[in-house]
Design a protein around this ligand. Structure first.
Ligand SMILES: [Zn+2]
Length: 149
């Protein structure tokens, strides 16, 4: 757990993440503040979210590969209408292209998330980001991202 483990950016009224059999290993790693991606052990193709079949080779054997938590802003949108009460506006829905350097992963993967602690004028496609964790309970932590200062 890092120093940000008690930081919160979204209210408890936000719906909890949906978890299924194929995404459970990813969420379990998140609970330990480890950002991972599903990597096919046959061809090293990497995919998020987890899937029962590799989209490259149709393989069915996977490992969860831990990533370094860095990435770049791929795209974003600013939300000015609240989804739930108590929400700070605007908030930012983003797609992050995750850095897979230093891993056997064959391709970069993208993750939909949020940028936190930023103003709208700071947003720039390609800007470097790093993961921060928002802990909702012992079992649920959600990766958000901050711009690297
Ligand atoms: Zn494969």
């Amino acid at each position: 757990m890092n120093a940000d483990s008690n930081q919160r950016w979204f209210p408890n009224s936000m719906p909890a993440p949906m978890v299924d059999h194929h995404t459970l290993p990813w969420w379990e790693a998140c609970a330990q503040h480890k950002l991972t991606a599903q990597r096919c052990t046959n061809c090293n193709h990497t995919q998020l979210p987890g899937s029962p079949i590799c989209s490259e080779c149709r393989g069915t054997d996977f490992e969860m590969t831990e990533l370094n938590g860095k990435g770049t802003l791929y795209t974003y949108t600013a939300v000015h209408q609240p989804l739930t009460y108590e929400e700070k506006l605007p908030f930012f829905i983003v797609v992050i292209e995750l850095d897979v350097s230093g891993t056997p992963c064959k391709n970069p993967v993208r993750l939909m998330s949020n940028i936190v602690d930023a103003e709208e004028e700071e947003f720039e496609i390609g800007k470097p980001v790093e993961v921060v964790w928002e802990t909702f309970s012992e079992f649920v932590s959600v990766p958000r991202f901050k711009f690297v200062k």
